[in-house]
Ligand binder design. Structure first.
Ligand code: MN
Length: 231
């Protein structure tokens, strides 16, 4: 059975049950990395990934804007430097070793920053006229999936209902990334590589919908398959 590493949550009490369940339904073994809390954060992240076949970068709070060359706006949430370091190290290690990645919510933001991209620190403050992206509804808004993308191949539809529990989003995509889905107001909701290597970032939470929506479970099924293909 293939092992899929879940990146560390911000606190030990944060629930990762939905991620673990979606990975298990895909036929892979979920393994949770604890928050390192040590000067050897990057080394521990690399070691944790060495023992896994693929990576899920899970959701959470805001990354420190310093990491993409900006000063924090008042609307930006508090930084958790050890988690930023762990997530960036995991993303970079996965990219270097060719291990498949599904980057979710904060995860797509970490993936993007790891590749030199930037973020909107706060959509309401920085994108006038944008829709509400911070809501608890299961079907908060629809995302338009671009044809010809790896994401489209996986979900099999151009219009997908999605959660929206974020106030930040990808602004400038990082090196090599292309946009694979947007919401109707133009906010970037998914990214991937133009060469279709097995790396996908989504701004919504497929794990909370996966039990009821095959298109969202399909992302985890794809990750498990890609883990098996192995680089
Ligand atoms: Mn959204």
């Amino acid at each position: 059975m293939k092992t899929i590493l879940l990146s560390p949550p911000s606190t030990p009490g944060s629930s990762t049950a939905d991620y673990a369940a979606a990975v298990a339904r895909a036929g892979a073994r979920p393994v949770l990395m604890p928050l390192p809390g040590t000067p050897d954060c990057e080394a521990l992240a690399r070691e944790a990934l060495e023992g896994a076949d693929a990576l899920v970068l899970i959701g959470g709070g805001d990354l420190d804007p310093v990491l993409y060359g900006e000063r924090p706006l008042p609307e930006c949430g508090p930084a958790l430097p050890i988690r930023d370091r762990a997530d960036l190290a995991l993303a970079r290690a996965a990219l270097e070793t060719g291990k498949p990645v599904l980057a979710i919510c904060r995860g797509i933001q970490a993936l993007n920053v790891a590749l030199g991209g930037t973020l909107y620190q706060d959509i309401p403050a920085q994108v006038p006229g944008s829709a509400e992206h911070q809501t608890r509804q299961a079907e908060a808004h629809t995302v338009s999936v671009r044809t010809g993308t790896l994401l489209y191949e996986i979900v099999g539809t151009g219009r997908l209902p999605a959660t929206s529990r974020h106030h930040q989003a990808v602004k400038a995509p990082g090196k090599g990334l292309v946009v694979s889905a947007v919401s109707d107001d133009g906010i970037i909701e998914a990214v991937e590589f133009a060469d279709k290597r097995p790396v996908i970032g989504v701004q919504w939470h497929p794990e909370t919908l996966a039990a009821d929506y095959p298109a969202h479970q399909a992302l985890f099924d794809w990750l498990a398959r890609a883990a098996g293909a192995g680089a």
